[in-house]
Design a protein around this ligand. Structure first.
Ligand SMILES: Nc1ncnc2c1ncn2[C@@H]1O[C@H](COP(=O)(O)OP(=O)(O)OP(=O)(O)O)[C@@H](O)[C@H]1O
Ligand SMILES: [Mg+2]
Length: 369
């Protein structure tokens, strides 16, 4: 099996480091503190949540709900219930009377899959009692009186619901009544999470510990990659490992994906130029994702992106040389373009430097322009 996972979580064996982050999260959880875990996309937030679940599985019933793409409070409740069904809340009796009663009480219609597990299709809402389903759900969890760790991933999505403010108020009230549940909220759209947790007038204001997730320590990632190749009986030079860590900006997903690709080769490249030869093919395969990009951007935005991709990162975008290469006439238009690219999450600011958010797009542009 390829030891470099490019989705999900299996076990600590395939998981690099995050020791400090895990310990901090576990200590907060054991002290009944709710947490907000935030960081850029694809840094490993969801994997870290599952890693912590793994470590706490004997102490807590862990529930994971991913609310990405939900657009209403009914969808939200639906995802929470589906998370509960997949968890160990019902232990071995997934189709027990208890579960059916819960589904009935929240007004859920459900179907049973091939695995014998029910999953909720729709939640019917009583217009006069808008949040009744959610109330019933939390009443049920509280009555169980077992320690529950409830992770709600992509939590910023609730900001996109129509009735977001009353909903946040309700959720906060329910949360405060649930003494046996620790909540772990996670997400990546920083401004939305800030609106939820750091605005004085909002229900969740400073109600959780804010934990940010950064890059994995370079030395640890080096050791992890070298160890996995060695264990698989595959050769890889330290030059190549360092090259992977450089070109990926240590952005977790991209490190994993490049290492996964190299591991899948019969023979690892012996030099950087051999690596580039293989890697070029790998990147060009992705052109379907990127070929429409120029149509989604203004000319100016696209030329700035090409400039950033060319250098890898840019410290001073208004320097004469960068302005020239990206064909922007004035610093004020440069700032305008940079801000719109940051907003679109096409670029990211890291330690005062700008780089492409999507590392593969950076490489794609480098290879094709
Ligand atoms: N510490 C780690 N060691 C090894 N692989 C990891 C680690 N953390 C994450 N990964 C892998 O990196 C990829 C991205 O991680 P994950 O999906 O958890 O990121 P995320 O921050 O939740 O991303 P998104 O914002 O898109 O939801 C996954 O394939 C995951 O398996
Ligand atoms: Mg995630």
């Amino acid at each position: 099996m390829n030891p470099f996972l490019i989705k999900g979580y299996i076990s600590p064996q395939f998981f690099c480091n995050r020791t400090k982050e895990s310990e901090m999260l576990m200590s907060a959880i054991r002290n009944n503190q709710d947490i907000t875990l935030f960081g850029p996309r694809r840094f490993g937030k969801s994997a870290l949540i599952h890693h912590v679940f793994h470590k706490l599985q004997k102490e807590y019933v862990c529930v994971y709900a991913d609310i990405w793409g939900t657009s209403s409070t009914e969808d939200f409740t639906k995802e929470l219930v589906n998370g509960i069904i997949l968890s160990k809340v019902f232990a071995k009796q997934k189709t027990s009377g208890k579960l059916l009663n819960l589904l009935k009480s929240i007004g859920a219609s459900f179907s049973v899959g091939l695995d014998g597990l029910p999953s909720v299709d729709v939640i019917y809402n009583d217009r006069n009692q808008q949040f009744k389903s959610l109330e019933e759900l939390f009443k049920f969890l509280t009555q169980l009186d077992i320690p529950i760790l409830f992770a709600i991933d992509e939590f910023q999505e609730i900001k996109k619901y129509e009735n977001d403010v009353p909903f946040e108020g309700k959720l906060r009230a329910l949360n405060q009544r649930s003494n046996n549940i620790v909540f772990l909220y996670s997400g990546s759209e920083h401004h939305l999470l800030n609106e939820i947790f750091n605005e004085y007038s909002m229900p969740f204001y400073q109600s959780t510990r804010m934990v940010s997730i950064g890059k994995i320590d370079r030395k640890d990632y080096y050791t992890f990659i070298a160890g996995k190749f060695k264990k698989g009986g595959k050769d890889i030079s330290s030059e190549i490992i360092n090259h992977i860590l450089d070109i990926s900006h240590l952005h977790t997903y991209y490190v994993q994906a490049i290492a996964n690709f190299l591991y899948s080769q019969d023979k690892a490249p012996a030099s950087i130029s051999e690596f580039d030869f293989l890697y070029r093919e790998f990147i060009l395969e992705k052109s379907v994702f990127y070929s429409e990009l120029p149509e989604r951007l203004t000319k100016q935005q696209f030329s700035v992106i090409k400039g950033i991709a060319k250098y890898g990162f840019v410290e001073n975008p208004t320097s004469a040389s960068f302005m020239e290469i990206s064909r922007i006439g004035s610093s004020s238009s440069m700032y305008r373009v940079i801000n719109s690219l940051l907003d679109k999450q096409l670029i990211i600011k890291e330690d005062g430097k700008l780089r492409m958010y999507d590392v593969f797009l950076e490489h794609f542009l480098k290879f094709t322009i």
